[in-house]
Design a protein around this ligand. Structure first.
Ligand SMILES: [Fe+2]
Length: 344
């Protein structure tokens, strides 16, 4: 298929905090050369750290250096985990500060697990992050307000996974107020799957993911293989329930049957996959991508209602819009939406 095998041997890393502790580089650092579509050595191990800190672009390490990287970052991660877990329980700390700590720990943990999906301990660490975050989300749905004002980000899959997780788990919490079948166990289970929904992207070559011009049919097919690749990765392990696996496999299906991988229609698409599709699309649209400017919350909702008409479960989309509105109207509005759809 014309893919470069080297794509599978380099990992993107966030080194800025860690490098501040060293005089000399602890690892060889690479950058991605978009002109030649290849990875090039930026600086060798034991050279002064200052050179790499000044370089603003994405940095990579070789796969064989990953255990060294994990060794360096591990104490940092434990500190972030402890801070976040203590903050969630502390009533005196403002929610905004808790949310910042959540992103801080989440970025770190989720990145680690997304890069090492075959390491059960890393997956468990991400699950612990989900459990603690759910406590925060359950206590105060105002966390969703933060996502209405998302800043531009450049951590492609990582930040998007955390944002979609926050949206989906908040959405499920709200739906559980009018639907008794959605309990805490299900919310926990599905929230974990949402974090890993794009794990299959790890197996798509970087040159395709970083391409800014039109993708060829072959490249588009490669991208479209990510739900099945992610599903296959976890299908034979005892990590996710079948409902959760279906979220990973079917999160790009569309209500009108034009999605992938199977072109499922309407309620043939599993319920929690329909929820995830809405949250996933919303976060992609409000976040800045290289090919267009980011959209406001209102523009995004209008775009999803009009230009993307037919893509989403209409009842769930209405309920999602309520979630993004003023919090005190949630229950009343959800009940009215239920009635409207029952009468149709
Ligand atoms: Fe996806």
């Amino acid at each position: 298929m014309g893919f470069s095998i080297e794509d599978f041997y380099y990992f993107k890393v966030e080194l800025s905090d860690i490098l501040k502790k060293f005089d000399n580089l602890p690892l060889d650092i690479y950058y991605y050369n978009t002109d030649n579509e290849c990875y090039c050595l930026l600086a060798k191990k034991d050279k002064p750290v200052s050179f790499v800190i000044k370089y603003k672009g994405e940095k990579f390490i070789k796969k064989e250096d990953y255990s060294r990287y994990a060794e360096i970052t591990y104490p940092e991660n434990i500190k972030k985990k402890k801070i976040f877990e203590e903050m969630v329980e502390d009533k005196k700390i403002l929610n905004d500060e808790k949310i910042n700590a959540m992103y801080n720990y989440g970025d770190y943990t989720v990145e680690d697990s997304l890069l090492n999906p075959e390491d059960d301990k890393k997956i468990q660490a991400a699950k612990n992050f989900v459990n603690t975050s759910l406590k925060l989300i359950k206590r105060d749905l105002a966390i969703v307000d933060r996502l209405k004002h998302l800043e531009a980000y450049d951590l492609y899959t990582l930040r998007h996974s955390v944002n979609t997780f926050i949206l989906a788990s908040s959405f499920m919490n709200v739906l559980s107020m009018v639907d008794n079948s959605i309990d805490d166990n299900i919310i926990n289970d599905i929230s974990n799957a949402v974090i890993f929904k794009d794990i299959g992207m790890l197996y798509i070559p970087r040159y395709i993911l970083s391409k800014t011009n039109m993708l060829s049919d072959e490249e588009m097919e490669a991208i479209k293989s990510h739900p099945v690749k992610g599903y296959e990765l976890f299908a034979n392990k005892n990590i996710f329930s079948i409902k959760a696996l279906h979220v990973i496999k079917f999160h790009h299906e569309k209500y009108n049957g034009t999605g992938y991988p199977e072109g499922l229609n309407k309620t043939d698409i599993p319920f929690f996959a329909r929820i995830t599709t809405i949250c996933d699309t919303y976060d992609s649209l409000v976040s800045k991508k290289t090919y267009r400017n980011k959209m406001t919350c209102i523009d995004t909702i209008n775009f999803m209602k009009k230009q993307m008409c037919g893509y989403f479960d209409p009842k769930l989309l209405d309920q999602f819009i309520v979630l993004l509105g003023p919090k005190n109207f949630i229950i009343k509005n959800l009940k009215e939406i239920e009635k409207k759809h029952l009468n149709n």
